[in-house]
Design a protein around this ligand. Structure first.
Ligand SMILES: *Cc1c(COP(=O)(O)O)cnc(C)c1O
Length: 361
C-alpha cells in the first residue's frame, strides 16, 4: 500500500500514525472488548477519552481557564448560525469583515437573527487582500465583530489579530487552527470545524470566554445554547464520539510532534516552497493574493488556460498528488497544506510543478 499526498481542502489528510492507531483499536479499544464508538458516551471509557482530548487541546493552544471548550456536532456552518442566537439581542447589530467565501457564509447564517453590518468588504478587490483595519467602519454597539482567520477558498489569511476595542472578536479558525500559536485571550470566541486541521469531519470546536455565556441572546432551544453545552461538558445529547476520539488522537499527535510552534515552522516552510515555485515560474503559475496576507494553509493558483489546468489535475493525480483541483468558485488549482501534510508532500508538489512546466510550459 502506498499513501498519496492528499492536498484536499477538507475533509483533508490525517496523520498516518493517527489512522494506524484508530485501525489497531477499531475492534477492541484498550482491552475492553469493544470499539470506542460502541461504548456509551456517559461511561468511564469515553468520558476519559473526551476529557483527555479537551486537556490536550487546552495544552496545544494554551487556552486560558476562563475559556470554555465545547465539542459540537454540526460543523462550522452551524456555529455561524448559533453565534447571533447566543450572543446578540434581537435586532442588535453584529459586525462582519468580508474577506472571501466563508465570511459570506457566516453572514448568510447570521442574517435571520441579527442586523448584519459589513464593516469592510474585500470583494471589489477580488478578495486578493484583507481590507486594512484603518478602513473598517466598526459599530460602537455591535454584539461582536466576526472575522474569518483563514479563507480556505480565496487563500487569504490574517497574519495579526485586528484590534477591535472592547467589542468581542469572534473568529472562524476552521482552516488554520493549531497551525501556529493563537493568543486566545484576544478573542471572545474561536470556532473551527475539525476536518481541516484538527481531525475528522463531524465535530466542531468552540472556544469561548466564559463570561460571554451569560449573555441572554435570543429565544432558542436548549440544544442551540452554548451555555447549556458548557454546563454539561458537551454531553447535552449524544456527542459525535468517534469524531471526538479521532480529534483527540490528532491533537495528541500534534503535541508529540512539538506543538503549535513546530507546526508554525513547518507551515512557513511548506508555504514558502509552493509560493516560491509559483513566483519563480515566469508567470506560468499565478497566485494573485497580496504577499502579506497569503495563506499558509490554502494556496490557490492558476495556469495559463483551462486545458492545462485539467491536465495538471489529471497528471498530478497519476503522480500520487490528490485533491489539487481548485474550488469551483475560483477555478484553477488549490493546494491545501494542513498540519498533517509533511514538508516532503510540499516538496513533491513543487517537483511536479517544475516538471509539468518543463513539459507543457
Ligand atoms: C470548511 C469551512 C467552513 C465550513 O465548515 P462545515 O464544517 O462544512 O460547516 C467554514 N469556514 C471555513 C473557514 C472553512 O474552511
Amino acid at each position: 500500500m502506498t499513501r498519496a499526498y492528499n492536498f484536499s481542502a477538507g475533509p483533508a489528510t490525517l496523520p498516518e500514525a493517527v489512522l494506524r492507531q484508530a485501525q489497531a483499536e477499531m475492534l477492541d479499544w484498550n482491552g475492553v472488548g469493544a470499539s470506542i464508538v460502541e461504548l456509551s458516551h456517559r461511561g468511564a471509557e469515553f468520558m476519559g477519552v473526551a476529557a483527555e482530548a479537551e486537556a490536550n487541546l487546552r495544552r496545544l493552544l494554551s487556552i486560558p481557564d476562563d475559556y470554555a471548550v465545547l465539542f459540537m456536532a454540526g460543523g462550522a456552518t452551524t456555529q455561524q448560525a448559533l453565534l447571533p442566537l447566543n450572543f446578540a439581542a434581537p435586532g442588535q447589530t453584529a459586525d462582519y469583515v468580508v474577506t472571501g467565501h466563508w465570511s459570506r457564509t457566516a453572514i448568510r447564517q447570521a442574517r435571520p437573527y441579527v442586523n448584519v453590518h459589513v464593516v469592510a468588504d474585500g470583494e471589489p478587490g477580488g478578495f486578493r487582500d484583507i481590507p486594512p483595519r484603518a478602513q473598517w467602519s466598526l459599530s460602537p454597539d455591535a454584539a461582536y465583530v466576526h472575522i474569518t482567520a483563514n479563507e480556505t477558498i480565496h487563500g487569504v489569511e490574517y497574519r495579526e489579530v485586528p484590534d477591535v476595542g472592547d467589542v468581542p472578536l469572534f473568529a472562524d479558525f476552521s482552516s488554520s487552527i493549531a497551525s501556529g500559536p493563537i493568543d486566545v485571550s484576544r478573542y471572545g470566541l474561536i470556532y473551527a470545524g475539525a476536518q481541516k486541521n484538527l481531525g475528522p469531519v463531524g465535530i466542531a470546536v468552540v472556544i469561548v470566554r466564559r463570561e460571554l455565556l451569560e449573555r441572554a441572546g435570543q429565544p432558542r432551544a436548549d440544544i442551540f445554547t452554548y451555555a447549556s453545552h458548557a454546563a454539561r461538558d458537551s454531553m447535552l445529547n449524544t456527542p459525535p464520539t468517534w469524531n471526538w476520539y479521532l480529534l483527540g488522537l490528532t491533537v495528541k499527535w500534534m503535541l508529540e510532534q512539538g506543538g503549535v510552534e513546530e507546526f508554525a515552522r513547518r507551515s512557513e516552510a511548506k508555504a514558502a516552497l509552493v509560493y516560491e515555485a509559483i513566483d519563480s515560474s515566469g508567470g506560468f503559475y499565478r497566485n494573485e493574493v497580496a504577499p502579506a496576507v497569503r495563506s499558509r494553509m490554502n494556496i490557490p493558483f492558476f495556469l495559463p488556460d483551462e486545458t492545462l489546468t485539467a491536465r495538471f489535475v489529471a497528471e498530478s493525480r497519476q503522480a500520487g498528488l490528490l485533491g489539487l483541483k481548485g474550488h469551483k468558485a475560483v477555478g484553477g488549482i488549490r493546494a491545501s497544506l494542513y498540519n498533517a501534510m509533511p514538508v516532503e508532500g510540499a516538496r513533491a508538489l513543487v517537483e511536479f510543478m517544475r516538471d509539468f512546466q518543463r513539459r507543457h510550459g
